[in-house]
Design a protein. Structure first.
Lengths: 177, 166
């Protein structure tokens, strides 16, 4: 994953709009993917994405260069997405059980690799919809974004043990689906 | 190592490559001997890890950056207005954490109490001082009046009542 150079961050902190746009271009892909996997709705994910980058803009002056900029942006993105999920209250609409659809039957050997993009996206959404928002965030950050336990704990402002516990419960639920 | 412990690791650190070397070897030894745990491991990988591999990166629509830039312009225009700066200063105070806010309020209440109490005491003290001063003047007057020898009415206080009855 491409990192944002420190000099770009410094210029953006000084109010340079081009540098802020560069930050957006480097980070918006992984931020949007993460938000979408947590929220599962394209329009809402776009709204949350806007909110995230406005928060990034407002908080840039408070960011300390000794910290990881990527972790900082992840933290804003995940916490904003989780807050959105909590406020939404209605929760993610559970997708149709993927096992009932032969085309998505993951138990058929090799099937998980033969799915087209759309079907795979539906499968992932279906799997993740069985999890709570915080479990979903942990699975997304671990399995899709490849963050370590420590990085996930930093992003979600929690302990490594809590991350471990959430991952365990999330995986147990996924296995029972 | 027991199956239950191994399965815990298979769902967490072992699957994620975070298990210390010593523990990893113990799990490997157990897996080499326990077919049930091996089946469990296969199921964990198939159901919780494989589906998430090689996912496409999702990208936001191009117009979103333009909308963000417009909102940033609004923010920048807004932050220079007097009313916004005034509001920011006031609301900044209320963004204090509760313990700090409670401490500030307590100190304010105590300070106001002390000031009012002092003012009240000063006010009463000045009245007392004034009364004492008046009485001393009266006594001084009486003493000086008593020095006028031969005057039969030297014991009087010179009040209207005395004049009436005497």
């Amino acid at each position: 994953m491409q990192k944002v150079p420190n000099d770009v961050v410094i210029k953006a902190q000084e109010g340079n709009m081009e540098s802020f746009e560069q930050i957006y271009r480097v980070t918006s892909g992984f931020v949007y993917s993460t938000i979408f996997r947590i929220i599962h709705n394209r329009q809402e994910s776009e709204d949350v994405l806007q909110e995230v980058f406005l928060k990034v803009y407002r908080s840039l002056s408070r960011f300390r260069l000794e910290s990881s900029f990527t972790t900082w942006v992840y933290r804003i993105a995940v916490n904003t997405a989780l807050t959105f999920c909590r406020k939404r209250k209605t929760g993610i609409k559970k997708m149709q059980n993927y096992k009932s659809n032969a085309g998505l039957n993951i138990d058929r050997p090799g099937n998980e690799f033969s799915l087209d993009k759309e079907a795979k996206r539906d499968l992932i959404n279906s799997l993740l919809s069985n999890l709570s928002s915080s479990q979903r965030a942990c699975i997304v950050l671990r399995e899709i974004r490849g963050l370590s336990y420590k990085e996930i704990a930093d992003v979600m402002r929690t302990s490594i043990n809590t991350v471990r516990s959430r991952l365990k419960r999330a995986r147990e639920k996924l296995m029972s689906v | 190592m027991k199956c239950r412990k191994v399965r815990d690791f298979l769902l967490t650190d072992y699957l994620d490559g975070d298990l210390p070397e010593g523990l990893k070897k113990e799990v490997d030894v157990h897996l080499s001997k326990c077919s049930l745990c091996r089946e469990f491991q296969d199921k964990v990988v198939k159901k919780t890890s494989l589906p998430f591999r090689d996912l496409e990166e999702l990208n936001p629509e191009g117009y979103i950056l333009e909308e963000i830039k417009e909102k940033i312009t609004d923010i920048d225009n807004d932050k220079y207005s007097l009313w916004t700066r005034f509001k920011g200063t006031i609301f900044q105070g209320f963004r204090l954490r509760k313990p700090s806010l409670a401490l500030v309020l307590s100190i304010t209440v105590i300070a106001i109490s002390v000031v009012f109490t002092k003012l009240s005491l000063d006010s009463r003290q000045s009245k007392v001082n004034s009364y004492i001063s008046e009485q001393l003047d009266s006594i001084a007057y009486l003493i000086s009046s008593g020095d006028n020898s031969g005057e039969e009415d030297s014991f009087g206080f010179g009040t209207a009542v005395e004049d009436y009855f005497m």
